[in-house]
Design a protein around this ligand. Structure first.
Ligand code: NDP
Ligand code: KPL
Length: 350
């Protein structure tokens, strides 16, 4: 019998992955608090779209309102729960599903930021697995509608990186990588923490900038002010991650050393990075924006504290300042509180 899978938080990432799982015949239940979204998924199925025709399909899915989660007690325990909520919802979402987990269940953090410890506090370290989703760029555009704004990673770029907190490659992460391989390219990693911090650097350089300015991925790449800010955000984050002892992976095609050198004034490296940022616009949706840009556009809370704010806090612990990350955190918070509208002016002085 196949494992019973729960997607806890069927937003952009959860519904995208859950839709592919359902189409592949996995026994998957998508759990979400948005009533219209759940009703639409039940009634019409889930519609996914992407950059090519093959990525556009509608599939029937099992969708569950948050208020129906108690019914899982009747239908049998969950073997794999993917937590796909925003970081600030991690603890209560994990606590909610805990009571319905099989004794040897796995809880996968399929999120940005670093939430494994929060999940472990609730279900125990032995049940926790982390999964990075790199360059997936999906958006819940309406009830039961998810759009992907970047091409599939395929054999050019590995999107899903699944790892154990202890770094060993185990059958359960191999199984999870196989499942995710039906969505897009996936691999196991022995370097979960390094992957996590590297993804934090990648998100730190784009998500908050989009939230503060209102620009999408291509807008940020074409604007000199945001290009330079993005470099410094990544450079500070990479320097702190390195000092904390993480083994950093490639961050948006460049090494941690490159991001740090460009931040420190190496003009040649900076020029190479900026050229690559501009080239990356090719083949990408003009409307695509990071999840935090989507949050501001929808008037929702952002993950800024757990992203750029977290980098600032971890830097303080070891005596490294992160002024660009601190400035951006403040700018996004001002926009989030409605004190100022998004615009280039929010970040021009950082
Ligand atoms: N979008 C993207 O391209 C990418 C996002 N990520 C990361 O993935 C995570 C999810 O992001 P994303 O999918 O964009 O966010 P969304 O806001 O689209 O989805 C999160 C969903 O979780 C729901 N939710 C909140 N609390 C609970 C709960 N207790 N139980 C069940 N569902 C709950 C939310 O409902 P409600 O809206 O009602 O609060 C929402 O539908 C974030 O950490 C993000 O940074 C990573 C890679 C790419
Ligand atoms: C930058 C991106 C799209 C990478 O998948 C992401 O992680 C996000 O939007 O939060």
């Amino acid at each position: 019998m196949s494992e019973r899978i729960a997607i806890v938080g069927a937003g952009a990432v959860g519904a995208y992955v859950g839709g592919y799982f359902a189409r592949a015949g996995e026994d998957v239940t998508l759990i979400d608090p948005w009533p219209e979204h759940v009703e639409a998924m039940r009634r019409d199925g889930l519609s996914l779209s992407g950059m090519t025709e093959g990525e556009c399909f509608t599939t029937p899915v099992k969708a569950m309102h948050l208020t129906d989660v108690q019914s899982l007690a009747r239908t049998g325990p969950i073997d794999i729960a993917f937590v796909c909520t925003k970081s600030y919802d991690t603890d209560w979402a994990t606590a909610m599903i805990r009571g319905y987990l099989a004794p040897d269940a796995t809880v996968v953090s399929l999120q940005n930021c670093i939430n494994e410890e929060t999940i472990a506090r609730i279900v125990g370290w032995g049940r926790v697995v982390g999964c990075i989703a790199a360059k997936i760029a999906v958006e819940l555009t309406g009830p039961a509608q998810v759009r992907r704004g970047v091409p599939l990673g395929g054999n050019k770029h590995t999107v899903f990186r699944v790892g154990e907190v202890h770094g060993r490659i185990t059958p359960r992460i191999e199984r999870i990588a196989t499942m995710l391989g039906r969505v897009d390219s996936a691999k196991t990693t022995s370097n979960l923490w390094g992957e996590r911090w590297s993804k934090l650097c990648a998100n730190a350089q784009a998500n908050g900038v989009s939230a503060a300015t209102g620009l999408g991925n291509n807008g940020m790449a074409r604007e000199p002010v945001t290009r330079w800010l993005s470099i410094r955000l990544a450079g500070e984050a990479a320097r702190i991650g390195r000092a904390l002892g993480y083994e950093l992976e490639t961050i948006n095609k460049f090494s941690a050393d490159d991001w740090i050198a460009a931040t420190d004034g190496d003009a040649a490296v900076r020029e190479r990075i900026e050229a690559e940022m501009i080239a990356a616009c090719e083949g990408r949706s003009e409307t695509g924006r990071p999840s935090m840009g989507q949050d501001i556009a929808k008037g929702r809370r952002t993950e800024i504290e757990m992203l750029n704010g977290y980098i600032v806090e971890r830097g303080k612990e070891i005596g490294l300042a992160a002024p660009a990350n601190a400035g951006l955190t403040a700018a996004v918070q001002a926009v989030e509180r409605g004190e100022a509208p998004p615009g280039l002016e929010r970040v021009a002085g950082i």
